[in-house]
Design a protein around this ligand. Structure first.
Ligand code: KIV
Ligand code: ZN
Length: 509
């Protein structure tokens, strides 16, 4: 079995494309979980793109051990300098540099001749090698490049010291057999290819990113790049969890093995969804809520007789454990801690006390507390670090037109109350909070869904606010009262927004 290196770019290709800027704390939390998952390389960001990205890469480089930490650059000296600076504390740093190699990229975007592109590519790799020994080169839009030219570029960057060569299908144009053929062609025609690892990096514009990546692996690529839940530019990147489970389930056919701890897949997917605010569709392969549900009578009958009739992966393999204890208001701390442990959360001491109090409040409102409730509770516990605290809301509505909301907050150390009217209760609550906090960020998106089923289900609200510099922040809130969940999500997003503003402009309020 060949070793397949797993390169996660959730924090770079995934994050950059969403318009959502994750803060350093959020990125660190994802990076820690990626180490638990067992990825080999974490692409932590593009340090030259913003001071925030620089800080994130440098903090991850300092704090995260057990994986290669990688930063992206263009084939530009200043980018490489910034990247090397951000990666300085890393145990195993990698610079990922590259340039467009397709005719449309060279002629229209870069306005460079093929010879100039090769010159820039070689110079960038040599320059990056002055800082680190591990340099990955990406040939942007490789799939639409002239294969003969691609071969020349790759041979020269490997001669210049590239340790990994990345062959992206940047615009998701390939079909699996063609992408597989391109990888075979590169392996057969680049004279010094044995000195570098060949990497696949696919986008999902035609829904084929996973299939294309697998075709590339079958053709001999030893590194796969992708994101958790497939988030990314336009239709997204390759979903790493899909590639990992395809290889795990059909090992013999691919002839490769990854070092991934599959039991961490579900937890990683949930974390990325919570932090980015990008929901996982119910029918999503591997990590969707329905991926292991059997609905029709014939299927249920089959599964009850033998799971293998309709199940190719057991939920436990990806870390969705079978529930054996029922949690309610009568459950103690021990039972809660045990169940949370099975779901992948380690909570001890005062943190356990705080979570247990929240659990009891919830259990008072519900007969039984389900796993989904606990995920939501832990998600909310994770975002409870808020500088603005929601103290109370009261809403009155009169039929179809106006609603009035009175909101009390703890803001800047004072208890403040104000009211606002609007065409609906949620709008009225958000307006009252704006009046109390002086918020000017614009509401970009608001969603509300129920966690678990039934009348007492928790409402899980997500709010996206457009920040003054154009980026988005995501706030989450949960409660059995959907108006309270909405208010909490709004307050959570506002807190992040104010913190961000204060960081970027210390004199601004
Ligand atoms: O899709 C792509 O080509 C990329 C490169 C920058 C690696 O993301
Ligand atoms: Zn990409």
């Amino acid at each position: 079995m060949r070793k397949l290196y797993v390169f996660d770019t959730t924090l770079r290709d995934g994050e950059q494309s969403l318009g959502i800027t994750l803060n350093v704390k959020e990125k660190l939390e994802v990076a820690r979980q990626l180490v638990n998952l067992g990825v080999d390389i974490i692409e932590a960001g593009f340090p030259a793109s913003s001071p925030g990205d620089f800080e994130s890469v440098s903090t991850i480089a300092k704090e995260i051990k057990g994986a290669v930490i990688c930063g992206l650059t263009r084939a530009v000296v200043q980018d490489i300098d910034r990247c090397a600076q951000a990666l300085r504390p890393a145990e195993q740093p990698r610079i990922h540099t590259g340039i467009g190699v397709s005719p449309v990229h060279m002629e229209r975007k870069l306005m460079l001749s093929p010879e100039q592109v090769i010159e820039r590519a070689v110079a960038a790799v040599k320059y990056a090698k002055k800082y680190v020994s591990d340099v990955e080169f990406y040939a942007e839009d490789a799939f639409r490049a002239d294969p003969k030219f691609l071969v020349q570029v790759l041979a020269q960057v490997i001669a210049a010291g590239a340790t990994v060569v990345n062959i992206p299908d940047t615009v998701g144009y390939a079909s699996p057999w063609e992408y597989g053929e391109l990888i075979s062609y590169v392996r057969q025609n680049v004279e010094n290819i044995e000195k570098a690892i060949v990497s696949v990096h696919c986008h999902n514009d035609l829904g084929m990113a996973t299939a294309n990546s697998l075709a590339g692996i079958k053709a001999g690529a030893s590194q796969v790049e992708g994101t958790i839940n497939g988030i990314g530019e336009r239709a997204g990147n390759t979903s790493l969890e899909e590639v990992i489970m395809a290889i795990y389930t059909r090992r013999a056919g691919y002839g490769v093995e990854s070092g991934i701890n599959t039991k961490e897949i579900a937890a990683t997917s949930r974390l990325v969804s919570r932090i980015t605010g990008v929901p996982v569709p119910d029918h999503k392969a591997i990590v969707g809520a329905n991926a292991f549900m059997h609905a029709s009578g014939i299927h249920q009958d089959g599964v009850l007789k033998d799971r293998e009739t309709y199940e190719i992966i057991s939920p436990e393999t990806i870390g969705v454990p079978e529930n054996t204890i029922s949690l309610s208001a009568r459950s103690g701390r021990h039972a809660l801690k045990h169940r949370l442990g099975e779901l992948g959360y380690t909570v001890e001491g005062t943190e356990l006390d705080a979570v247990y109090q929240k659990f009891l409040q919830l259990a008072d409102q519900k007969k039984e507390v389900f796993d989904q409730d606990l995920y939501a509770l832990m998600g909310d516990a994770g975002t409870a670090d808020t500088g603005i605290i929601l103290r109370n809301i009261a809403v009155t509505t009169n039929g179809s037109d106006t609603a009035t909301a009175t909101v009390t907050l703890e803001h800047e150390g004072k208890i403040v109350t104000d009211a606002a009217c609007a065409n609906g209760p949620v709008n009225a609550i958000f307006s009252a909070i704006d009046r109390l906090t002086g918020n000017t960020a614009v509401l970009e998106d608001y969603t509300l869904k129920s966690v678990t089923r039934g009348r007492e289900a928790l409402g899980d609200a997500t709010v996206k606010l457009r920040h003054f510099d154009g980026s988005l922040v995501v706030g989450k809130g949960i409660s059995t009262d959907i108006l309270e969940a909405s208010a909490r999500a709004y307050v959570n997003a506002l807190t992040k927004n104010f913190r961000k503003k204060a960081r970027l402009d210390p004199v601004a309020k």
